[in-house]
Design a protein around this ligand. Structure first.
Ligand SMILES: Cc1cc2nc3c(=O)[nH]c(=O)nc-3n(C[C@H](O)[C@H](O)[C@H](O)COP(=O)(O)OP(=O)(O)OC[C@H]3O[C@@H](n4cnc5c(N)ncnc54)[C@H](O)[C@@H]3O)c2cc1C
Length: 359
C-alpha cells in the first residue's frame, strides 16, 4: 500500500486528505503555517462546488458557516442598476471557516503544522523537511498554492506572469451593512473600466468586500501597510455611490489584504515521477473565474478516484491529468475574457456578465 505525503493544508490539501481518510489510505499532511493562522478572504462557490464539498463534509455544518446568495446586481459606480441576475445556489464562505470545517475530519496525528517541505535536488521524487530529513512516502500530492516552490523546482522553465488586475479584500463585522445587502451580491463598476467594488454577506453580522483594480492605472506599492490601503480606498471610492463610500469609510482595516494576481504563461504537466500537483499548485486560476476552490475539490475527487481504481500510480496520474486539464484550460480562457471585459469602459462591456466562469 502506498504511503502518501500531502504538502499544504489549504483547500486542496485538506480536501484530498478528507477523501484519503474516507478510503482509509495512508497519508500525512505537512503544512508550513501555524495551526491557528487562518487568515484569508472568502470564496464564491457555484453549485458544483457545494456538491463536491457535500461528499466530504456535513452540509448542515457547511451551510451554517456561510450564506447562499439570491441575486447578482450589477451597478455603475454612481449606483445605477445595469443588470440583475438570479443566482442558483451560489454560496459564499470565508476561507478560515472552510479550512476549519475541512480540518475537523483529519486526525491530529496525521497533520504536522509549521513544517515547510522542499524538493530534494539530488534524489529524484524525494521531498525534504526543514531539518533536512527525507519524507518517508512513496508518492507526494503537492498542494502548496499558486506560487508552488516545488513546482518551480521540478518544472524549471515555467513563466509566472503578473496579471493586469489586483485585489484589495476585507472582511468586516457590521450587522447593519449585512442587513442592507439582504442576500444579494452587489458589484459596482467604474464607467472608465478597470475598477470595481463587490460586496457579499457572509453571515448576519459579517461582510466581505473587495475592490478589483487595473494595476496599470491604479498603482499600489506591494509592501504597503493597512493604513496605506485604507488611504487608497478612501481616495479612490470617495465619490462613489453612498453604499460603497459609506462601507469604505466605516470599515475596520485590521483584516485588509492586497492580492497580487499571477498566472502561469503555460500550464505544466500535472505530475512528474511520483509527485502530483492539485489545486492552485497545478493551475493558478485568476480570481475572476471564482472557480479556484471548486477546481481544487474536483482535482481531489478525481485524483482519489484513480488512485483507488488504478493498479499503478503513473496510470492514475495520467488519467487524472487527462480528465482535469481540459476543464482547467476552459476556466483559464474564460478568466482572460472576464479580465478583458473588466478592463474596458463600461459601455463596451457585455451587459449581463456574471463574475463566475462556467464550463
Ligand atoms: C483575491 C482572490 C479571490 C479569490 N476568490 C475566489 C472565489 O471567489 N472562489 C474561488 O473558488 N476561488 C477564489 N480564489 C482562488 C482560491 O483562493 C484558490 O483557488 C484556493 O484557495 C486554492 O487553494 P489551494 O489549497 O490550492 O492553495 P492555497 O490556499 O494557497 O494553500 C496552499 C497551502 O500550502 C502551504 N504551503 C505553501 N508552501 C508550502 C511548503 N513548501 N511546505 C508546506 N506547506 C506549504 C500554505 O501555507 C497553504 O496553507 C481567489 C483567490 C484570490 C487571490
Amino acid at each position: 500500500m502506498n504511503k502518501i505525503a500531502v504538502v499544504g493544508a489549504g483547500i486542496s490539501g485538506l480536501s484530498i486528505a478528507n477523501y484519503l481518510e474516507k478510503h482509509q489510505l495512508d497519508y500525512h499532511i505537512y503544512e508550513r503555517r501555524k495551526k491557528d493562522d487562518l487568515t484569508g478572504h472568502g470564496f464564491l462557490l457555484p453549485k458544483e462546488g457545494i456538491e463536491y464539498l457535500s461528499q466530504i463534509v456535513e452540509p448542515s455544518v457547511l451551510f451554517k458557516q456561510g450564506n447562499f446568495l439570491k441575486k447578482y446586481i450589477r451597478y455603475s459606480h454612481t449606483g445605477k442598476v445595469l443588470a440583475e441576475k438570479d443566482l442558483h445556489d451560489v454560496f459564499v464562505i470565508s476561507r478560515s471557516s472552510l479550512i476549519d470545517i475541512l480540518a475537523r475530519n483529519i486526525p491530529a496525528e496525521k497533520i504536522s503544522y509549521e513544517e515547510t517541505v522542499t524538493p530534494c535536488s539530488i534524489q529524484k521524487g524525494k521531498l525534504k523537511k526543514q531539518d533536512g530529513t527525507y519524507i518517508d512516502a512513496n508518492l507526494a500530492i503537492v498542494s502548496d498554492g499558486s506560487k508552488s516552490r516545488i513546482r518551480r523546482v521540478i518544472f524549471k522553465g515555467e513563466t509566472m506572469k503578473s496579471v493586469r488586475e489586483n485585489e484589495v479584500v476585507n472582511i468586516i463585522r457590521c450587522r447593519d451593512v449585512a442587513a442592507r445587502l439582504e442576500d444579494n451580491f452587489m458589484k459596482y463598476h467604474h464607467e472608465d473600466g478597470g475598477l470595481s467594488f463587490g460586496i457579499l454577506k457572509l453571515s448576519e453580522d459579517t461582510v466581505l468586500w473587495y475592490s478589483q483594480f487595473d494595476n496599470e492605472k491604479y498603482r499600489i506599492n506591494e509592501q504597503c501597510s493597512a493604513e496605506s490601503l485604507k488611504n487608497y480606498m478612501f481616495e479612490i471610492f470617495d465619490n462613489w455611490d453612498p453604499m460603497v463610500s459609506s462601507i469604505v469609510k466605516g470599515s475596520n482595516y485590521e483584516n485588509v489584504h492586497l492580492w497580487r494576481v499571477y498566472e502561469l504563461e503555460k500550464l505544466n504537466p500535472f505530475y512528474k515521477d511520483n509527485i502530483v500537483f492539485i489545486g492552485d499548485a497545478a493551475h493558478p486560476l485568476i480570481p475572476f473565474t471564482s472557480q479556484g476552490v471548486t477546481s481544487a475539490l474536483k482535482d481531489s475527487f478525481t485524483l482519489t478516484k484513480y488512485l483507488t481504481s488504478e493498479k499503478n500510480t503513473s496510470e492514475a496520474f495520467r488519467k487524472y491529468e487527462a480528465e482535469r486539464k481540459p476543464e482547467i484550460e476552459i476556466h483559464i480562457r474564460n478568466g482572460r475574457t472576464l479580465l478583458d471585459q473588466f478592463l474596458k469602459p463600461l459601455d463596451q462591456q457585455t451587459e449581463n456578465i456574471l463574475p463566475i466562469s462556467y464550463k
